[in-house]
Design a protein around this ligand. Sequence first.
Ligand code: BES
Ligand code: ZN
Length: 570
Amino acid sequence: MDVHSYSSPEQVRVRHLDLDLTVHFDRKTLEGSCAVHFERMTDGDLVLDTRDLTIHSVDRADRFELGPVDPVLGAPLRITPAEGTDWVRVHYSTSPAASGLQWLDAPQTAGKRHPFLYTQSQAIHARSWIPLQDTPGVRVTFMAKITTPGGLRSVMGAAGGDGQFQMDQPVPSYLISLAAGDLAFCELGPRSGVHAEPSLLDAAAHEFADTEAMIAAVESMYGPYRWGRYDLLVLPPSFPFGGMENPRLTFTTPTILAGDRSLVSLVAHELAHSWSGNLVTNATWSDFWLNEGFTVYLERRILEKVFGAERAEMEAVLGRRELDREMAGLPERDTVLHLDLAGRDPDEGCTLVPYEKGALMLRTIEKSVGRERFDAFLHAYFDHFAFQSITTAEFLRYLRDELPNDVPVDEWIFQPGVPAGAAEPQSEALDNVEIPDAARWTTHHWLHFLRTKKDPDMGELDREFHFTETGNSEILAEWLHMAVQQNYQPAMPRLVQFLCSVGRRKFLKPLYAELMKTPDGAAYAREIYRRARPGYHPIAQNTIDAMVGKGGVGGQPGTGAGDRGPGAGV
Ligand code: BES
Ligand code: ZN
């Protein structure tokens, strides 16, 4: 039972979708139809999830009715199909404010000449652009015809191209994806490549050169890559996430194009989802840790195989510390792995807990039973549950039967915090970062250095290492966070520029949160947000609205604080 969907697949279950959509950049709407093919399990109506959709008509139905709107769930579309039919066709259009779509005007793209559209369906946003059973417990195959204006290309996480797509392997709704814009393509390997705006293509191809080696690394451990091609799509900087594992086509933020391949653990992560998540899927959003915990575990194993143990271990240590940093500010109920999300937006469960605590539990089991046995278990797990959506209880049963061990997994999954006896990642490389070694240090050393620095002399650090000017987004975000904490004024113009050009929620959240801690900072945050908000994705807007208030609407009138920074006075 999924509390985040109105559909009742135990009565009528959707099996296949046939989409025919036209992209209207001028009206910021998708318009067209979706044929919904279903199987009757028992008697009952077909119930689909929708949010902000306008339903024009439903073919092959005796009746249809859009129910009342819930702020988190949207509105149920209840359809009584005509006698004997096993499919209906819904004619509809999306709203310009659809939570799962971002419509970018030309100035918000790298090339500045063409508009751009992309979808982000996870967790429950697919319903804002397709009427469907929007629960990860239901898997569908699909076909799509996408019409775009003016020679702009469309891509989907599916096979095909030229506006005709097909997905023959059943996927959950949150993995259905589409993008359209001025896109170019470059091959990376025999079954992989990258799509990006033309001006970013070379940089992207250089950054992602190790993709094929990463695919081969997972295959050697956990079995064949089952999705045919593995391509990447580089999105404009407002993309609210680091990456999204859409099958066959990972979506990524351009903020990982550091130039030195130091941030490609994100590619390892999204690729790993091709096993953990896309092949074996969390059945509800309370089981989210099954997707993300396994994926972070796999991600580090890929890094170890491709780049060596030191790199993997550095990331594990950084992750372990970030977990503690985040958990310190979370209510206890959000530090368990199996989350209670009743009445809440599943996006709220998206903390580091399912990621890092989940991975740490798996690492603890690995340590307890030995790597060889654990890998054999994981390989068998992916085969056993391939193309299925499973609950935490099903995982626990399988673990108990196939890999008895002495790790207190119930405590890990249902109790808050990190249990005693957890594996402890250890990195010698990070143990001695007091004195910088600019010639040899990698991004990971610098991040650890900044995060552990006590009483920093911001001016001196900046003169010596030029943090304010760095082109590495991770280091910059960390530095700007310190700059707000320390009220280091010279970094404020860069802070404003960063917040007004990047929409990745992981960077925005801590920066706005830090600003909101003082009255001057809060006024400055509102000032920046008023300018930045129109460029953010609806998902990021929601998050920051809750922290700062809606820019303009109800915010403070302009103080003219401009780029002077918090504490500068007005
Ligand atoms: N599937 C997630 C992104 C996501 C989670 C979107 C929940 C919507 C709701 C993706 O695989 C992910 O975890 N991305 C991370 C990067 C990763 C390296 C930790 C991100 O976006 O930061
Ligand atoms: Zn993930």
